[in-house]
Design a binder for this molecule. Structure first.
Ligand code: ADP
Ligand code: MG
Length: 169
């Protein structure tokens, strides 16, 4: 995918309450403005990369890009699971991510156990792949150190200077 790595950030909003947290795998949702900024060649499926909440630490992440049932599958959703145990929820905070690689397409599962197993295997794959030097490099990108501390500091579109410069490289 020529648009990878893809940098973006936005406020964490409430999702569809599908109970991801109850499965032990909470997923932070981005608003439509961020989802609409995705380049056309970024297909649905599971991605891995780096993520940072507010101006906190940078963690590994897996992200699911899927068709959003709320909009009758005409719009996409982006849901990020940060591979870290947070003490509290972070709704309303700014989540910065860089998607660096693609793991697999979306699919449906026969059971909840099968779904959880698939996600856990995605998480393991992300952890290993992100150790590659070319991916570690992106963790250190100044995109993360330039994180705005509140949503009011965000431009109305999701494009930051860093995003504009870096995306598509
Ligand atoms: P929702 O349907 O509102 O997205 P989830 O059950 O998917 O609910 O939980 C997502 C929320 O959990 C996030 O918006 C965030 O505030 C919180 N959260 C706590 N830990 C994590 C984590 N490691 N990764 C992603 N979100 C997390
Ligand atoms: Mg969620």
């Amino acid at each position: 995918m020529k648009s990878l790595p893809f940098f973006c950030r936005g406020e964490v909003i409430r999702g569809f309450g599908r109970g991801s947290k109850e499965l032990g795998i909470p997923t932070a949702n981005f608003p439509d403005t961020v989802v609409d900024s995705l380049p056309a060649d970024i297909s649905t499926g599971i991605y891995y990369g780096w993520a940072c909440v507010g101006n906190g630490d940078i963690h590994k992440m897996v992200m699911s890009i899927g068709w959003n049932p709320y909009y009758k599958n005409t719009k996409k959703s982006m849901e990020t699971h940060v591979i870290h145990k947070f003490k509290e929820d972070f709704y309303g905070e700014i989540l910065s991510v860089v998607m660096v690689g693609y793991i697999r397409p979306e699919r449906s599962y026969d059971s909840l156990e099968a779904l959880i197993a698939a996600i856990n295997s995605d998480i393991e794959e992300a952890k290993v792949k992100l150790e590659l030097p070319e991916h570690i490099k992106l963790r250190n990108d100044n995109f993360f150190t330039s994180t705005p501390s509140s949503s009011s500091a965000l431009p109305t579109t999701t494009a930051s200077t860093s995003q504009t410069i870096m995306n598509g490289h």
